[in-house]
Design a protein around this ligand. Structure first.
Ligand SMILES: Cc1cc2nc3c(=O)[nH]c(=O)nc-3n(C[C@H](O)[C@H](O)[C@H](O)COP(=O)(O)OP(=O)(O)OC[C@H]3O[C@@H](n4cnc5c(N)ncnc54)[C@H](O)[C@@H]3O)c2cc1C
Length: 466
């Protein structure tokens, strides 16, 4: 690709070519840095199609970018200087709420916080919650999980329909799915574009399921008596609290220690400030407010925990109650805390819930023998088996050979011995492509062959930009 070719993009497409103005589009949150001759900033689905058509017909590689909060280096260009950035940050024009249907159609460039702020007056929200503020298109492309998966599921469970521009010269625009929740007239084609990191197309509009805003919420940090007790307590709380339980997030001692050291405003409420080996944030919440038949949530939570105290083998050692903002502040500070602690090698693993415990035990035993410079600073969404297995290296810089050896060792153990997913909720990207090629390609190829057969089936094809 030459710079001239890229600049020949139709004039009406906003773009940036000055290096100073491009900086934020070229850097990822974990320090990834690429180069690009141009950032394209289309304002509508039609303009996205023009950009895709232009890039595809001139063999210009491009990377779609939304909020650029992704954690696998997939939202920034590579370092060849040949790749265009297709920023979706101007796709903010569409916002149509359907109150009766509890759904909203949004432009893919709206941020999660924008969407929820605009829904507040209707008492509704898009129920994916996380410590960053991504854009809706990026959330769909990565299938964001977040801290309340236990109750609301991931993005996939909350997308009713979407508009996508296919990554081909024709740049066809497809609308897939609709606000209709029940529809069994064929395959659910929109799923091809959810959690597939923009490989097959650029998402420009999304129809989202909405949920009533939470009216009442109580949180606590519980201290389990052992690793295995975390799972016992989870099962107990699920049985006792049913759908009231909305989060169950575990945090290891090193992860909490680095968060406290990094964010001075965090309150350390542990007895004498001594951080336990593991703690779990639990949240109960409901969308009705003080209905006459409702027992206050603080009483509900306390009574469930009182019962936990009496369980066989005493799985519960301590419980601290506090304001939800304070308790969630600790959970949300973990990511930044570990990032500040030294060279970070981060894994985003997905297990069945029992295997999270078994894997952690195995790693605590084996890692110090194999990689003595490594400190395990993990935390995760235990309620859904998600483990952010973060490792910090001490004693000198992190070389790429060392990192590769460590990554292979951890992923092999997780996938081959514990049946894990090597990417629970962050997508593929340069960080995971090696494992995609090793573990996923066979299945993908088989599915693609089937997909080719299905390609002749009718998909609603709206228009082709020319
Ligand atoms: C502090 C912090 C906490 C986080 N916590 C969580 C968490 O709890 N759970 C979780 O799942 N993630 C978490 N993340 C990761 C990240 O926020 C999510 O992956 C997020 O959904 C990415 O959205 P984005 O808009 O930033 O997308 P980007 O980072 O811009 O892009 C992500 C990927 O999607 C592709 N893409 C972007 N937009 C489009 C589009 N419109 N069409 C097609 N492809 C597109 C990009 O090319 C890239 O491959 C966290 C990140 C941070 C920094």
């Amino acid at each position: 690709m030459s710079l001239n070719k890229t600049c020949a993009v139709p004039e009406r497409i906003a773009n940036i070519t000055t290096p100073r103005d491009m900086v934020t589009y070229l850097e990822g949150v974990r320090g990834e840095r690429g180069q690009s001759p141009i950032v394209l900033r289309p304002t509508s689905t039609q303009e996205v199609a023009l950009c895709v058509h232009h890039c595809a017909s001139h063999d210009i590689p491009f990377v779609p970018q939304s909020g650029n909060t992704g954690l696998v280096g997939a939202s920034v260009p590579d370092d060849t200087g040949q790749m265009a950035v297709l920023s979706l940050d101007k796709l903010r024009g569409v916002f149509k709420v359907d109150l009766a249907n509890r759904s909203v159609t949004v432009g893919a460039g709206l941020r999660l916080s924008d969407v929820n702020a605009r829904l507040t007056e209707h008492g509704l929200f898009f129920p994916i919650d996380l410590g960053s503020d991504p854009m809706i298109g990026g959330m769909v492309a990565t299938n964001t999980g977040g801290g309340r998966f236990l109750r609301y599921g991931d993005v996939r469970r909350n997308v009713l329909g979407l508009t996508v521009v296919l990554n081909t010269v024709e740049a066809d625009i497809l609308t897939l799915g609709s606000p209709v929740r029940k529809n069994n007239t064929g395959p659910d084609w929109k799923q091809n574009y959810i959690g597939t990191s923009g490989w097959y197309g650029v998402i420009t509009e999304v129809i989202l399921n909405l949920e009533p805003v939470v009216q009442e919420q109580e949180t606590a940090i519980i201290v389990p008596s052992s690793d295995a007790a975390m799972l016992v307590l989870l099962q107990h709380l699920e049985a006792r609290l049913g759908p009231l339980l909305s989060a169950y997030e575990f945090m290891s001692e090193p992860a909490m220690r680095h968060a406290f050291a990094h964010v001075s405003s965090l309150k350390n409420a542990f007895e004498d400030g001594i951080i336990p080996p593991n703690a779990v944030l639990i949240e109960v919440s409901r969308t009705t407010s003080k209905a006459p038949w409702d027992t206050p949530l603080d009483e509900v939570l306390q009574s469930a925990l009182m019962e936990a105290w009496e369980l066989e083998n005493a799985p519960l050692q301590d419980a601290l109650f506090g304001r939800p903002e304070e308790i969630w502040a600790l959970r949300h500070a973990l990511s930044e805390g570990v990032k500040s602690a030294g060279p970070l090698i981060a894994f985003d693993l997905g297990f069945t819930r029992d295997k999270v415990i078994a894997f952690r035990a195995e790693m605590a035993r084996m890692l110090p023998q194999e990689f003595p410079e490594i400190e395990i600073c993990d935390f995760g969404h235990l309620g859904d088996g998600g483990l952010h297995f973060n490792l910090i290296k001490s004693g000198g810089p992190l070389t790429s050979d060392y990192e590769l050896e460590l990554r292979d060792w951890v992923v092999e153990a997780a996938v081959e011995r514990f049946g894990a997913s090597y990417s629970a909720e962050h997508g593929i990207g340069p960080k995971n492509i090696r494992y995609f090629e090793r573990y996923s390609v066979l299945e993908e190829t088989q599915l693609k062959r089937q997909g080719d057969l299905f390609a002749s089936r009718p998909i609603r094809k709206l228009e082709t930009p020319k």
